[in-house]
Design a protein around this ligand. Structure first.
Ligand code: ZN
Length: 266
């Protein structure tokens, strides 16, 4: 169960580990230090001395497909008339800095940089106008996808849910909405995706309202709002970075599935 700390808006909240202890913290204005929210003393740590965890442990991860026009076009798919929803297994969560593993079962694994919404209050059948009251904040996500298996299976469960396929965090910007923030994805330092949150077909508040007509949203639940154009494959050794303007950057390395020896066919 998730207990998110009560926070004023526009704080950069993180969940971090230091000396085996996991705590909430707030990033300093320059992003160089973490100030713990609780615990003895009022010290702070350089970000290089802590390990970031995903900022929440969601009870469910709901994702939206084809929510940017240019991405629908690049996939050769008609645009949906209402939000296209699917889910990712929560066991796919990966911390910032964690390694994305390319499963042997797939020959094509893509990055999908996305804006994630974090639910703050239990929400059922709410209107778009009410939605801001139920949201806790926004963070960065990578909706890693086994593209070949997505095409083969028609539905998305396998393609979206391999272990390590949901990097999330590190920062939740509290009380914030995506607005027109810039979202970029870089692979090995080259920008591959570059869009504005305002380019979404179904805006974030419409998405929250729509999903809440179907399932009750609980605190800590995460909604991935779709990826812009420019998706592409990942290879062992790649470094992929998703950056959301005013929020932060989510960086992960990619490697082959370590559970299989490298001489087996992929
Ligand atoms: Zn996606």
């Amino acid at each position: 169960m998730n207990v998110l700390p009560e926070m004023p808006p526009n704080f950069r909240l993180v969940r971090f580990e230091k000396d085996g202890c996991v705590s909430w913290g707030v990033l300093s204005g320059d992003g160089l230090r973490v100030h713990p929210l609780e615990g003895p003393g009022h010290g702070s740590y350089p970000v290089g001395d802590v390990h970031f965890h995903p900022p929440v442990t969601p009870g469910k991860i709901i994702a939206v497909g084809l929510n940017y026009r240019a991405h629908g076009n690049e996939m050769g798919k008609p645009l949906p008339e209402e939000p296209l929803l699917f889910m990712k297994a929560t066991s796919a969560l990966l911390p910032p800095g964690g390694e994305i593993h390319l499963p042997r079962m797939s020959r094509r694994v893509d990055y999908e940089g996305e804006i994630a919404l974090v639910v703050g209050k239990k929400a059922s059948r709410i209107s778009p106008e009410e939605a801001p009251f139920y949201l806790y904040g926004i963070t960065c996500a990578n909706d890693v996808t086994a593209r070949d298996l997505q095409k083969k299976d028609v539905q998305y469960t396998r393609a979206k849910s391999f272990d390590t396929f949901c990097p999330l965090g590190p920062v939740i910007l509290t009380g914030a909405l995506p607005d027109a923030r810039r979202l970029t994805t870089e692979v090995n330092g080259v920008v591959r995706q570059d869009a504005r949150a305002s380019d979404m077909i179904f805006d974030p508040l419409t998405l929250v309202s729509f999903i809440s007509q179907i399932m009750t949203l609980e605190p800590g639940d995460v909604i991935l709002t779709g990826t812009p154009a420019g998706v592409g494959p990942l290879s062992p050794g790649d470094r992929v970075v998703v950056t959301l303007e005013g929020v932060g950057s989510l960086a992960n390395r990619v490697d082959a599935d370590p559970h299989f020896s490298s001489d087996l066919p992929r």
